[in-house]
Design a protein around this ligand. Structure first.
Ligand code: HEM
Length: 150
């Protein structure tokens, strides 16, 4: 199912898709980094309370809205005639990777609640490794959508 009225707006929809992607990725790379440093401070301390404010503002002010707009403009692109060939391998890998990226977003939100209630269960090493996940997914997604290797 596609809508012909979207075709003239294709370049604009794709522009806002990529702008949203950049904002989403900026937050997805920065938030786990805050968790790495948050692990170093004592729960209940002034530093810990400051990290809680930074994490809440980053997640609610940037990461959440940027994910919603990335999906919104991404789906509008899917609904634009001639943009997606559903038999293309690259598209399936991209779609699976963006679903994985969204699931990781959910985990970041869950881990933030752990810090919020001074009940973080993970180590600094855990968050350093977790910090690499959105980077690896982003590399796969961009190669798939631009190079289209299969
Ligand atoms: C969240 C769900 C997403 C959907 C439904 C989606 C869908 C799409 C579609 C249909 C296109 C147009 C392809 C074309 O013009 O032929 C596109 C372009 C693009 N997407 Fe996404 N996308 C999503 C997320 C992402 C993410 C997370 C990234 C990067 C990390 C990304 C990076 C790009 C780039 C760079 C382009 C432009 C490609 C080009 O101009 O050749 N997208 N996306």
């Amino acid at each position: 199912m596609t809508f012909a009225f979207l075709s003239p707006f294709y370049p604009w929809i794709k522009s806002f898709h990529v702008i949203s992607v950049i904002a989403w990725m900026a937050g997805m790379f920065y938030l786990p980094r805050l968790y790495v440093y948050h692990c170093e401070v004592r729960p209940g301390s002034a530093e810990s309370e400051r990290f809680k404010v930074m994490e809440r503002r980053l997640l609610r002010g940037i990461v959440n809205p940027a994910m919603v707009s990335t999906w919104t403009f991404g789906i509008l692109l899917v609904l634009t005639p001639g943009v997606i060939d559903w038999s293309a391998g690259w598209w399936h890998v991209k779609l699976a990777s963006v679903i994985a990226m969204s699931a990781f977003h959910g985990e970041l939100s869950r881990w933030r609640r752990g810090f919020l209630h001074d009940r973080n269960r993970h180590s600094q090493r855990f968050y350093r490794i977790a910090n690499e996940v959105p980077t690896l997914l982003m590399i796969v997604i961009v190669i798939m959508v631009i190079a289209r290797p299969f």
